[in-house]
Design a protein. Structure first.
Length: 129
């Protein structure tokens, strides 16, 4: 079946979509419980990252190296993505005064583009012998 997007990119989008929904659900629940939005998005980001690792390996990066290698690379990339998520959200929401929802949508798009490149080139790249 010929599609417009390569299988890897489709898998990345699907896995990231599920993980992002989970991130946003956690974030919304924490905001509803009274937590400050920046802390809520930071917590949601960590929750989504845990789910995302398994989904990315299964749906997008099937030829990745062994878990003992990729999980550590993934954790390192998560720290970078978590920090970028926090900085982008803070700048959009607190400095530019955009609403929470718009700030998170823009932040998610920026971090997703960064993540695809990092996953493809550093985290899940196929191991050579």
């Amino acid at each position: 079946m010929n599609t417009l997007l390569p299988r890897q990119l489709r898998g990345f989008v699907a896995a990231g979509g599920f993980a992002t929904l989970f991130h946003w659900l956690v974030m919304a629940a924490l905001i509803a419980a009274g937590l400050e939005p920046v802390l809520a998005t930071a917590s949601g980001s960590v929750s989504g990252a845990v789910l995302n690792y398994g989904l990315q390996r299964r749906l997008a990066f099937r030829n990745a190296g062994p878990h003992r290698v990729t999980v550590w690379r993934y954790i390192g990339s998560c720290f970078g993505a978590w920090f970028c998520n926090l900085v982008f959200f803070f700048l959009l929401n607190n400095v530019l005064a955009l609403p929470v929802t718009l700030s998170q949508i823009v932040t998610t798009g920026l971090v997703a583009a960064l993540n695809y490149t990092v996953y493809q080139r550093l985290v899940f790249h196929e191991q050579t012998r």
